[in-house]
Write a protein that binds this ligand. Structure first.
Ligand code: SF4
Length: 269
């Protein structure tokens, strides 16, 4: 059964951008597909500090990937265009998404996240190693608040604000979206700022916490500790904790429990 809907601060449940007081492209409404947005994202060079860092990392590499060619560009979201659940992280990892070109792919955070998505029936396999590894995601879309790998995993507020319109554009193009899982406080804040741009303001602002649930416009926002090594190696975030969050997300999305949790049959490739 669907959990009781959390209180929603009143605004209309449309996806229209009503208060474009932050920088939004004039042609926002021209987006027809997620591919339109991705095409703009992958050529973006709007943040000089992040452009320099993503390219420096790709030149210097790390020993274990010294024979690989890095993507070294911004990383678009990835997943099902009919997703009911969006999962929003912080930014690509320097040697993960910045290397492979796919969000949460090729790093330990992605291993933890996609293993949980597999158990939750949202992915066809428990690993996410490369952009051609056969991963298929159903009912879910994975993205980040910032699309370029930042030094020390810390984007500047100005970089975040410059990048968030891409998330706005992607979320607008998910017609079935009901639930947004925010990974970490940065992702939570990024989603709330995105919702502000979309006209779904919530005051007082809901506070981030693992398992926190808030109604934001037509969506339910669910908080989850970020699956960073810092959190998973220390036990601050465990697989059962991630499973519980994704189970909550499925319930609010009206998906119910996975038919066959984590099975190949539950997600068509
Ligand atoms: S962080 Fe976002 S806005 Fe900045 S360069 Fe990368 S894609 Fe462009």
């Amino acid at each position: 059964m669907r959990p009781d809907a959390p209180a929603v601060t009143g605004d209309d449940p449309t996806h229209a951008v009503r208060t474009p007081d932050q920088t939004l492209p004039d042609d926002l409404l021209a987006d027809r597909t997620l591919g339109d947005v991705a095409a703009d994202i992958v050529v973006c060079r709007a943040c000089p500090r992040l452009v320099a860092w993503r390219e420096q990392v790709a030149r210097e590499k790390v020993a274990r990937y010294r024979d690989r060619t890095y993507w070294a560009r911004p990383v678009p979201g990835y997943g099902d265009p009919l997703a009911r659940i969006a999962i929003v992280g912080l930014a690509p990892a320097a040697h993960g998404g910045n290397r492979t070109g796919r969000v949460f792919t090729g790093d330990r955070s992605g291993d933890v996240l996609f293993a949980a998505m597999y158990r939750a029936g949202l992915a066809n396999q428990p690993t996410s190693r490369s952009s051609d590894d056969g991963l298929a995601v159903r009912d879910a879309y994975v993205a980040a608040a910032v699309r370029c790998a930042p030094p020390l995993n810390r984007p500047l507020p100005s970089e975040r604000d410059r990048c968030l319109p891409y998330l706005v554009r992607e979320l607008r193009l998910l017609p079935e979206l009901r639930v947004i899982v925010a990974l970490g406080a940065f992702g939570w804040d990024g989603v709330l700022r995105t919702m502000d741009i979309l006209g779904h303001r919530v005051r007082p602002r809901p506070r981030f916490g693992h398992g926190a649930v808030a109604g934001v416009g037509p969506y339910t926002l669910v908080g989850c500790f970020h699956p960073s090594q810092q959190n998973t190696f220390t036990g601050r975030l465990t697989p059962p904790m991630l499973d519980a969050v994704l189970a909550t997300a499925r319930e609010f999305a009206g998906l119910g429990p996975p038919r066959t949790a984590g099975s190949e049959e539950s997600v068509a490739s």
